[in-house]
Design a protein around this ligand. Sequence first.
Ligand code: ZN
Length: 301
Amino acid sequence: MTSGNFPGDLPSGNSPPGITDVHVHIQPWRQLKPRVMDVMRRGKEDHWAFLLALMDDPRALLEVMDQAGVWRVGLVNYPSPDLMGFTDETNEFAARYAQAAPERLLPYGGVHPRFAGDIRGHVDALIALGIRCVKIHPPHQLFPANAHTQGMQTLGALYRRCEERGLPVMIHTGTSVFPGARCKYGHPMELDDVAVDFPDLTIIMAHGGRPLWMDEAFFILRRHPNVHLDVSGIPPLRLLEYFPRLAEIADRVLWGTDWPSPGVHDLKRNLQQFLSLDLPGQTKDRITRGNALRVFPPAAR
Ligand SMILES: [Zn+2]
């Protein structure tokens, strides 16, 4: 990979401290429920076998990252046994996968507040396993992100323990195309309660409410200094249409792709498109590298 492909003066991404994609879906796809798998496979029939193999072989992913000029990726995982099919094993899967290159692969995991009891113990176990971020997916886990204000004590305990232990929490916002997903739970306004009640929690708002609720998402981002925007899933060439005032919050924006989710075909092309946007080089550098180094410091494992 040469930096010559990139506009501006950005370094080539795959050597430290290079470019971080905070949001890729490397998950135990074999656990997917059949009707969910059908949706996941749609449009990817010609490289489905490659993608399935990728979920078993970190070396294949590292090769994709090298070709794209990406140093690190966040491996998004979360339990959703009743809707997606992912059991708690998704946590061990992520941790094991990341062992192939701990500097470059950041395992994310989760605790399901509708099913788990001892939340503190579960969060501590995730940290012991090496998990770097807790993913909460309200439309796939079937509760609003602020359900702790409506009596869901396990969710409150989850936020509290992550805040105490300094473990970032990524919350999906926006819609989902998978069968059974409840899109109403993707509303970013619900992160307001989370940010108010847990001011020291590092919150990553995935997808910025795309495609319906960008105004609300931007309001939450401006209001709360502990909320970050992960731009994954937003077509990079349309990012400034979705968030015309992105530069105002640039010190809390994290680049991510959502690859290989439906509609996201190519890590490298996504990065190149982002780097072609009409933003100052310094801003692009922060979004692709600097902010992620702060949220996910390389040394802390
Ligand atoms: Zn995602």
